[in-house]
Design a protein around this ligand. Structure first.
Ligand code: NDP
Length: 500
């Protein structure tokens, strides 16, 4: 049994004031594996006070000092890659293919942000003004359970690069991962208070942090519904917000695509992180002219996407994080059938041979119209919708007919054609032919998928505020015995009331 009874404030693991406990489960067995003691609003206040104290010094550190900190954080997280992987497997049930990507990448974001920081110019001359990019202040990061330590590292790396201090409130369902990542970050030996990590309920600690008057910036990853509430609350004190929210991402298969190659990639994009991913390609847009062939290939290839125990390397789809999430996904599988869609694969209940654990059958619906709820709402599980389209224009219209706009995929044998399509899709990121992730490319969504961007320069600037200084120098004009005013540009003759 894991007992997590400390919270991290002002550089120390301390006993929280909050005395409520939350159970932790292994979603593959449904067994309780531990308990976490939750912080409360008073702990949130202490964390803000520590971050505020640290801000005055940290916000004035030199770029080189912060690059050094980012490098130390990278090394400290990298050293615990295996522990992060174990915690994620035990507590969240992520399959090996996802853990294999996310655990080694967690520390990399610090290194990538250090590179961005190295080339970033904090001071610029704009017109007659000296503009300096200043850290936006004391920031709050709120993260969900589906990629716990990656979100923590991503958000913290940008705050450190900017010179902002931070409170982090992760989902309490990820307390094991939070414990390991906090130990890593602590081992980097940064000055106290620069980051503080308080696990607690969203409506208690999250609410206390996002309404706190000493907080000036919120970076949130989670559902659009919660994001909306936070933005409304933040407006009262004009806090800056970065919102990384939900998605219902389209995967457009163009009619010239090589289906042999593409179909496994389409399914991998749809079932990413067991379907518990905002970026999962859950709407598969298929040309009517090749619909039968695509249906056949999908129902054949989906058999390779096995659901099962995350420790098994052959497993592609792990369990849902909780009973609640399992129930929610099941309700959408029922809904799809009630709406008139046809099951091409999967369906309700557990996969064959699995009698315990919050496992879902990898499910594909065909005959889906884009106005059905299964095509419009984020299910957050391994449930895909196959939607036919007439021509390219229709495909783009369907892809864009969504409240969301986080990410999209386009598959084609003709990259230039795929780019033409990609350029018309309303999404923060469009991948052509399964191109790899690029850590310098901005990440974030159009429409209700969010506000702002993370990673690279955009991610750094999300924690910065430009301050323009427009200077004016008085000069005694000896010739006339008058005071003239000098602007640096443009130069004009000195005289009464004139500006030089
Ligand atoms: P939620 O929105 O329910 O929760 C996210 C975080 O917000 C949790 O830490 C939660 O705490 C906290 N929270 C809840 N209520 C409040 C509040 N009133 N004030 C402050 N914080 C609060 O999302 P889930 O945890 O269910 O995560 C899944 C969602 O995240 C999906 O919709 C998914 O699309 C989205 N997501 C977006 C990504 C992106 O980058 N765009 C990436 C990954 C996921 P608590 O756990 O205690 O409720």
């Amino acid at each position: 049994m894991h007992i997590i009874d400390r919270t991290y404030i002002d550089g120390k693991f301390i006993e929280p004031h909050g005395d409520e406990w939350a159970p932790l489960f292994n979603p593959a067995t449904e067994e309780q594996i531990g308990s976490v003691r939750l912080a409360d609003a008073q702990d949130a206040d202490r964390a803000v006070a520590a971050a505020k104290r640290a801000f005055s010094t940290f916000s004035n550190t030199a770029k080189e000092e912060r690059i050094d900190m980012l490098n130390r954080l990278h090394a400290a997280v990298l050293a615990r890659t295996d522990d992060l992987a174990c915690a994620m497997r035990e507590e969240y049930g992520a399959p090996s293919n996802f853990i294999g990507f996310s655990a080694p990448r967690a520390g990399m974001v610090f290194l990538e942000m250090a590179r961005t920081l190295k080339d970033y110019e904090f001071r610029r001359r704009m017109g007659s003004a000296d503009v300096e990019m200043r850290p936006s202040g004391v920031a709050v990061a709120i993260t969900p359970w589906n990629s716990n330590y990656s979100f923590i590292c991503g958000k913290l790396s940008a705050a450190i690069a900017a010179g902002a201090t931070m409170m982090i409130k992760p989902s309490e369902m990820s307390a094991l991962q939070t414990q390991v990542i906090t130990e890593c970050l602590h081992a980097a030996g940064l000055p106290s208070g620069i980051f503080n990590i308080v696990t607690g309920y969203g409506n208690v600690v999250g609410a206390a942090l996002t309404t706190h008057r000493d907080v000036s910036k919120i970076t949130f990853t989670g559902s659009t519904a919660t994001g909306r509430r936070i933005v409304q609350t933040a407006a009262a004190t004009m806090k800056r917000v970065t919102m990384e929210l939900g998605g219902k991402c389209p995967t457009v298969i163009l009619d010239d695509a090589d289906l042999e190659v593409v179909i496994p990639q389409v399914l991998a994009a749809g079932f990413r992180n067991s379907g518990q991913a905002c970026i999962a390609g859950t709407r598969i847009l298929a040309p009517e002219s090749r619909l039968n062939e695509i249906e056949e290939r999908l129902s054949h290839t989906v058999k390779e996407f096995r659901a099962g125990y995350p420790a098994d390397d052959q497993v592609q789809v792990g369990p849902m994080v909780s009973q609640k999430q399992w129930d929610r996904v099941q309700s959408y599988i029922r809904l799809g059938q009630e709406e008139g869609a046809r099951l091409l694969a999967g369906g309700e209940g557990r996969p064959e041979g699995l009698h315990r654990g919050w496992f879902v059958k990898p499910t594909i619906f065909t005959g889906v119209r884009n106005d059905m709820r299964i095509a419009r709402e984020e299910i957050f599980g391994p449930v895909l919708s196959l939607i036919p389209y007439r021509d390219e224009e229709d495909a783009i219209a369907i892809a864009n007919d969504s409240d969301y706009g986080l990410q999209a995929h386009v598959f084609s044998s003709d990259v230039e054609r795929a780019k033409r399509v990609a350029n018309q899709i309303e999404a923060g990121r469009v991948f052509i032919n399964d191109a790899p992730h690029d850590p310098l490319a901005p990440f974030g969504g159009f429409k209700q998928s969010g506000i702002g961007r993370e990673f690279g320069v955009f991610g750094l600037e999300a924690f910065l505020e430009p301050r323009a200084v427009l200077s004016l120098r008085y000069k005694y004009c000896a010739a006339r015995g008058l005071r003239g005013i000098i602007f640096s540009t443009p130069r004009r003759p000195c005289g009464r009331g004139s500006r030089e």
